[in-house]
Design a protein around this ligand. Structure first.
Ligand code: ASP
Length: 407
């Protein structure tokens, strides 16, 4: 059986196990989760996480060293950012429009009297941006600070390219380090079916189904908007910009999508997403290594969609009318918020507070959606990483065209 098929089976089995225990054997959940599901999931998660920092460092440094030409690097960087920002703005607009049309917060019975939400301080976006330059690269690596690691690796790559022959042994070291990391990703992925089973059984088993009923329409709206963005924007970009068959691409990408779904973490999905892009989808290594880690960290369309729907939902529940200007503010803030969102489970919720505050909506409204957010987090993380892949495919096609023209 192919790995993708095995993971999908594991996913289904995990979900069924979680649901069955949740409904019929609730008191069994704690021991089963504590001794089986969570440990299995954590083994898998830690195995992947172990590879993220060295993989990102090696692959970006090698990628940039091979691109060499700073002009080309700048051009790719500019296009990548333009793609990320515009798709995120489209994503949040889709979320807002879907929520305005389907009105998930109107008519339901939501008790808003005793809502409480302890909002942890969302880091100011300027901090995120300034934090890109690591005063101490070792510290950045030790704390897994992705943007800072990317920045440092970029610099090392530029240095290696500039010094050429002089540092050829170091360059080979980076290349071989990268090879080893990619090999290890393949190895760890063999454990993916078991890990996925554990993660999903645990997540579904924990879920309060009563909360699901009340929030059903909200969830439907988020999922519809995610699906629309996925099919129309990514499918369209794959076809028109990257000149690829979207169905074929998505099929190959299933292992990465399932890992995103079960871990709810873009950064944990990064190793496998890069592996698929480079080995199965023909994205040149320098491009994949540059675009995907950057995307996993700052490009979060799925998160932006949730923030759009959630903002309108909370406005509807609290009976607040948002003006067109307010909505523009929401779009701009959510684009920034999704850049600042860490690529880990639940981070999108923390940044939602910032979006709500930007238009004076009660942050306590988050208490309504937080209970069911884990399930949506799974789906939006899948969208988040597919967006990064789409961008990598587009940049690859664009660079290919440019090279053919220059040849
Ligand atoms: N879990 C998401 C991710 O890692 C972020 C979020 O929306 O919470 O991509």
């Amino acid at each position: 059986m192919k790995l993708a098929t095995r993971i999908l089976w594991a996913l289904a089995l995990g979900a069924i196990t979680g649901i069955v225990i949740n409904i019929f054997a609730d008191n069994w959940f704690k021991p089963l989760d504590g001794y089986i599901f969570t440990p299995l999931g954590t083994i898998f998660l830690n195995l992947i996480k172990m590879l993220i920092v060295p993989l990102v460092f090696f692959s970006i440094a090698v990628g940039v060293a091979n691109i060499g030409d700073p002009k080309k690097l700048g051009r790719m960087g500019g296009k990548t950012m333009a793609f990320f920002l515009s798709t995120t703005a489209i994503a949040i607009t889709i979320g807002i429009i879907a929520a305005l049309l389907l009105k998930p917060g109107v008519g339901g019975s939501f008790d808003t009297t005793n809502l409480e939400y302890e909002s942890s301080e969302a880091p100011p976006v300027t901090d995120t941006l300034l934090g890109i330059i690591p005063a101490n690269p070792i510290e950045a690596m030790a704390s897994g600070d992705m943007l800072a690691i990317i920045f440092f690796a970029l610099f090392i790559g530029i240095g290696v390219a500039a010094l050429g022959e002089k540092v050829d042994i170091f360059k080979r070291f980076l290349e071989q380090g990268n090879e080893i990391m990619m090999f290890l990703v393949g190895l760890v992925m063999k454990f993916a079916p078991i890990g996925t089973f554990g993660l999903i059984a645990s997540a579904v088993g924990k879920q309060g189904f009563d909360a699901l009923k009340a929030m059903f329409l909200y969830m439907v709206v988020v999922i519809l908007a995610l699906a629309l963005h996925f099919i129309v924007v990514y499918g369209g970009a794959m076809k028109l910009l990257a000149k690829q068959n979207p169905i074929k691409i998505m099929k190959e990408f299933i292992p990465a999508m399932t890992v995103a779904f079960s871990t709810s973490s873009s950064s944990a999905t990064l190793p496998i997403a890069m592996d698929v892009a480079q080995t199965k989808l023909g994205v040149p290594k320098p491009i994949s290594s540059f675009v995907q880690p950057l995307g996993a960290t700052i490009n979060m369309d799925g998160t932006a969609i949730m923030q759009g729907v959630a903002t309108i939902f909370i406005a509807q529940v609290f009976g607040v009318d948002l003006s067109i200007q307010d909505m523009v503010v929401v779009v701009l803030t959510a684009v920034l918020a999704s850049i600042g969102t860490a690529a880990v489970p639940g981070a999108g919720m923390i940044m939602l507070a910032m979006v709500l505050e930007s238009v004076g909506l009660p942050v306590a409204g988050i208490a309504l959606i937080i209970g069911i957010d884990r399930l949506l987090d799974m789906t939006r993380t899948l969208v988040n990483i597919t967006g990064d892949l789409t961008c990598a495919l587009y940049i690859a096609e664009d660079e290919k065209k440019r090279e053919l023209k220059n040849a």
